[in-house]
Design a protein around this ligand. Structure first.
Ligand code: FAD
Length: 414
């Protein structure tokens, strides 16, 4: 029986690890619980696949916050430029959008994934879908639940690329967490990242405005200010602008029980302008009409003001203007991780060596979103998944070269 390396997880991180190993001449078998590969990657392509970001390297690395230092060498090795070149090698041209975000020219994930799987198969990589990893048995073999029943197998090396715990119906459900913990791996709890938050709107506001976008507003929280869009939901608020501050909001809620950010409803107008327009005599017109004609505030933006601003403040142009420029929104809890775009937490970098091998489990490597880093949306998530996937694959290649790792044990996968 041929010696073999096992990759568990056929998302971007696992496929990248497989490519690095197969290119180095290793026999690679990929296992995934789902019926087909890259389900979350394909979903990411639905709204336009934001592959990476075109900003300068230092700014790019800074997006990983507290994990910037550990990810820097990996991103230097395989960052935005390398990723674009790699995609081009698959026949997928990319472009930098006006925001600096990088997309495939057709915006889709499916053609890239198709070409990539084709190339992996040509390298001899075999995929085994509907194989759910169940942890290790007492002898240390990998356990899989398969359509033919449970099997156990040993591998020359294993790469775990199991994702986090967001959108579990696409495959990554975080079930691995207790299994690694039981093996002595240092882990951080999985938490929602790039997520929405509960606000607790009044019934009147919720029924009128849930689902409406707040376009061109600015969010301010703990020194960060960003202009963009978010969406009012049934129970709260979500969207790219909220995601940008979600890590800080989540940590504040964990610490203080709630967090309050400020929304600037007219980010391109000065406080002086807003005050002057509000103070303009309105005659017999209602305040609502005044807001609409002088400040172009209507719909959900005006609804927010009726919902949140007391009557005495509405009657005072200076105070009302200051509130329009910095409307406090109190959030009480992040939305559940299953609804989040990504997860924070997972395998701590202290648990890994430079090749992303677990100190506690020699020969077992980890990659992708299951590692303890987080980043905002903008292509940073996929870039780090690709970079850590590649680093884990190359780490396994180096370890196999030096380890004299044993051969594949029976039974073979289906
Ligand atoms: C709606 C949405 C849109 C997104 N858009 C973007 C975007 O535009 N740009 C961007 O950078 N990022 C985006 N992301 C995030 C990005 O898709 C993820 O960060 C990325 O897919 C994570 O890659 P991964 O390989 O680590 O894990 P995953 O892609 O989650 O893959 C993990 C794989 O492991 C398998 N698995 C898990 N447990 C087991 C088990 N026990 N046994 C066998 N198999 C198992 C799963 O089935 C899955 O196939 C988006 C995410 C969502 C939810």
């Amino acid at each position: 029986m041929d010696p073999c390396v096992v990759i568990i997880g056929a998302g971007p991180a696992g496929l990248m690890a497989a490519e690095a190993l197969a290119e180095a001449g290793q026999r690679v078998e990929i296992f995934d619980a789902m019926p087909s590969a890259g389900r979350k990657f394909l979903l990411a392509g639905v709204g336009g696949l934001n592959l990476t970001h075109g900003e300068p390297f230092d700014a790019f690395v800074g997006r990983y916050g507290a994990r910037a230092a550990v990810l820097k060498p990996l991103l230097r090795e395989f960052g935005a430029d390398a990723l674009r070149a790699w995609a081009a090698g698959l026949g997928i041209a990319t472009f930098v959008g006006s925001s600096g975000r990088v997309f495939p020219t057709d915006m889709k994930a499916a053609p890239l994934l198709r070409a990539w799987l084709h190339r992996l198969r040509a390298l001899g990589v075999r995929l085994h879908m509907r194989h759910r990893w169940l942890g290790w048995d007492e002898a240390g073999a990998l356990r899989f639940d398969t359509p033919q029943g449970e099997i156990a197998m040993e591998a020359r090396a294993t790469v775990l690329a199991l994702g986090g715990a967001s959108w579990p119906r696409l495959g990554s459900d975080g079930a691995w967490w207790p299994w690694l913990q039981a093996r002595g791996v240092e882990l951080a709890p999985l938490r929602p990242s790039n997520c929405g938050f509960d606000v607790g709107w009044s019934e009147r506001f919720r029924s009128r405005h849930a689902g409406e976008p707040l376009k061109s507003v600015a969010i301010s929280f703990e020194g960060l200010r960003q202009v963009g869009e978010c969406i009012v939901t049934d129970g709260g608020i979500e969207g790219s602008l909220v995601y940008a501050t979600s890590a800080a909001l989540r940590e504040c809620i964990a610490r203080d029980g709630a967090a309050t950010f400020e929304l600037d409803l007219l980010p391109h107008r000065s406080l002086e302008w807003v005050t002057r327009e509000l103070a303009h005599p309105r005659g017999p017109r209602s305040l609502s009409t005044h807001l609409k004609t002088r400040l172009h505030l209507s719909g959900v933006k005006a609804g927010l003001l009726w919902e949140r601003v007391p009557k005495d403040v509405q009657a005072d142009p200076a105070r009302f203007a200051a509130t329009i420029k910095a409307l406090p929104i109190r959030v009480s809890a992040p939305r559940p991780i299953a609804e989040a775009i990504s997860s924070a937490g997972g395998v701590r970098f202290e648990a890994l060596d430079d090749g992303l091998m677990l100190h506690a489990l020699p020969g077992v490597f980890c990659a992708g979103e299951m590692l303890d880093w987080e980043a905002p949306t903008g292509g940073y998530l996929l870039t780090a998944c690709f970079a850590t996937g590649r680093a884990s694959g190359l780490g396994a290649v180096r370890w196999l070269a030096g380890s004299g790792a044993g051969a594949w044990h029976t039974p073979r996968p289906s």
